[in-house]
Ligand binder design. Sequence first.
Ligand SMILES: [Ca+2]
Ligand SMILES: [Ca+2]
Length: 268
Amino acid sequence: MFLLANLGIASVITVTIAASDDAHGVFQFTNKSLSVIGTEPEQGRNTVILQVMRSFGALSNVTLFWEVEPAAKQDLLHTIGNVTFSVGQNVSDIILQVSQDKIPELDQIFKVTLSKVSHGRIGERSVASLTILASDDPYGLFVFSESRRPIFVPEANINVTLTIQRLKGLLGSVRVTYQTLKEMDIAPFHTPGVGRASEGSDFMAIRSSVTFQANQSEANVTLQVFDDDIPERGESIFLELVNVFLIEGAQDRPSKNLNYVFLNVLSE
Ligand SMILES: [Ca+2]
Ligand SMILES: [Ca+2]
């Protein structure tokens, strides 16, 4: 003989299993979007796209919120926002807009974070890094201050002083190399009615460099002009900026601007 166990009335319970979070999706950046690069636009705005992927379930409409660290406020049009995923949608794009300014800046790196979702959960790859590349010539834009007009000098044994100006950024210390063009070098622009001066007899050929310290905006260079007894028409001498070399600065981002100055040596 054996006893039948007596099951009471509470022995049957109904368990409703809640849909797991993953039924709505796990949201994270795609690998490609973990590190993205943006540039300041020349005009208007520039967009950077970060792709967010939804894995596992896609059973609901979801709003995903994102934010960029507050330090980016000056550099991005929006630092917070959201994107939506419809039922069944697995990918959505966060669009960041880099704003334009005139400020010389080095590279800046900002964190972009997936902050919350209306359904589902955020996965491991929830932080991406946005690099906005240096803009507006942080180390300077170099020009001869006289480059917009010819300089007239008499034919004589004289030293002509010319000024190299550093426009825009004054960060870092840089070395600027300049040189005279040879008579045979092609002139960078046309000078009607004026011949070319000869190196050696009309001027001292030079290739030299000048260093700008941080915050230094001008430097002078000297060109030697010679007198001769040959009656001639006016002669031109060209001086060019050859290159800009960064001696000390946080990043290697010198500008590559070339610039010419034009001297018109008048015969007597
Ligand atoms: Ca900026
Ligand atoms: Ca800028």
